[in-house]
Design a protein around this ligand. Structure first.
Ligand code: DAK
Length: 262
């Protein structure tokens, strides 16, 4: 598949995909074509049973994604705006719905829709040059790709409210302090750090990884008691896999496990 605005590569013997938004001249801003391509690429990724982790990043050394494409939005009529919004929401949901862990590697500006896309990933690793923000209020709109919801769930109500009402930019160190990102690394180390994390995940039992992700995501929408019931069922499901037997047998035999994904 050839994309105009994306690069989809595979690493680690096809177990890790690296999806790069590639419009560096517009700081990787999301126009309708890029959103369409993201939907296609994400469908392709979802159907690839060999994949164990996805890394999402932006091309160039300046931006992850500087937001929705303001030039493209400027002259949209209401119907086009609605289509654009629906596409953007579908992209964020498609990322969140992937069974495998998804890590955003934020290498520069992650603003507006770019910050929202990073928030749809399971966690974020930032380079020391990363800058986050929801500056939509400067343009006369609130965040529209789930930013008010996912940011508040990640950093808490008061911090999210401050950021979405002031449009203030947050640099990497502050992002780490408020829990917006899991780690900050040197810019030159970002890809390798992401790949190293993906390698760690790819070496684990695939079904256990998938159900652990599902339990965290679904459980956060439930009260604790129901979340624990869900965890029990997913635990039982994973307990029935050959990989569970292999993991425990390998531990007792003092050798490395060889997981097959079933
Ligand atoms: N869209 C289009 N082009 C952009 C862009 C963007 N978001 N951000 C940057 N660019 C373009 C610039 O226009 C410039 O193009 P040329 O002039 O070279 O042709 C090029 O990228 C380089 O940018 P700058 O020259 O501005 O670079 P600087 O280093 O001076 O500044 C910056 C970098 C990131 C601080 C600045 O570019 C900036 O403030 N960019 C805008 C950031 C922003 O406001 N992002 C939020 C966009 S609004 C919706 C749902 C969701 C959304 C919309 C609707 N519905 C529910 C309907 C989402 C909205 C957003 O994300």
């Amino acid at each position: 598949m050839v994309y105009q605005n994306l690069i989809l590569e595979h690493a680690e013997n096809g177990t890790v995909a690296v999806l790069t938004v590639n419009r560096p001249k517009a700081l990787n801003a999301l126009n309708a074509e890029t959103l369409d391509e993201l939907l296609q690429a994400l469908a392709h990724i979802a159907a690839d049973s060999a994949l164990r982790a996805l890394l999402v990043t932006g091309a160039g050394d300046k931006a992850f994604i500087a937001g929705a494409d303001i030039a493209a939005m400027q002259n949209m009529n209401a119907l086009q705006a609605q289509n654009f919004s629906a596409k953007g929401q579908r992209v964020m949901q498609a990322i969140e719905a992937l069974a495998i862990p998804v890590i955003a590697l934020v290498n520069g500006y992650a603003l507006g829709g770019g910050c929202e896309l990073a928030l749809s990933c399971d966690w974020i690793i930032a380079s020391e040059r990363a800058v986050f923000g929801q500056p939509e209020v400067n343009l006369g709109i609130p965040p529209g790709f789930g930013g008010t919801q996912r940011l508040a769930r990640l950093v808490g109500r008061a911090r999210a409210l401050e950021l979405v009402t002031t449009g203030r930019q947050v640099k990497a160190e502050e992002a780490l302090r408020i829990g917006l990102v899991n780690a900050v690394v040197a810019a030159a180390q970002l890809t390798e750090n992401g790949l190293e994390t993906a390698r760690l995940i790819a070496a684990k039992a695939p079904v256990a990884v998938r159900v652990a992700k599902q339990a965290v995501h679904r459980g956060l929408d439930m009260d604790l008691a129901n979340g624990c019931v869900l965890e029990t069922s997913l635990f039982a499901f994973a307990f029935g896999t050959d990989d569970r037997k292999e993991g425990m047998t390998a531990f007792l035999a003092k050798r490395a496990p060889k997981f097959e994904g079933h």
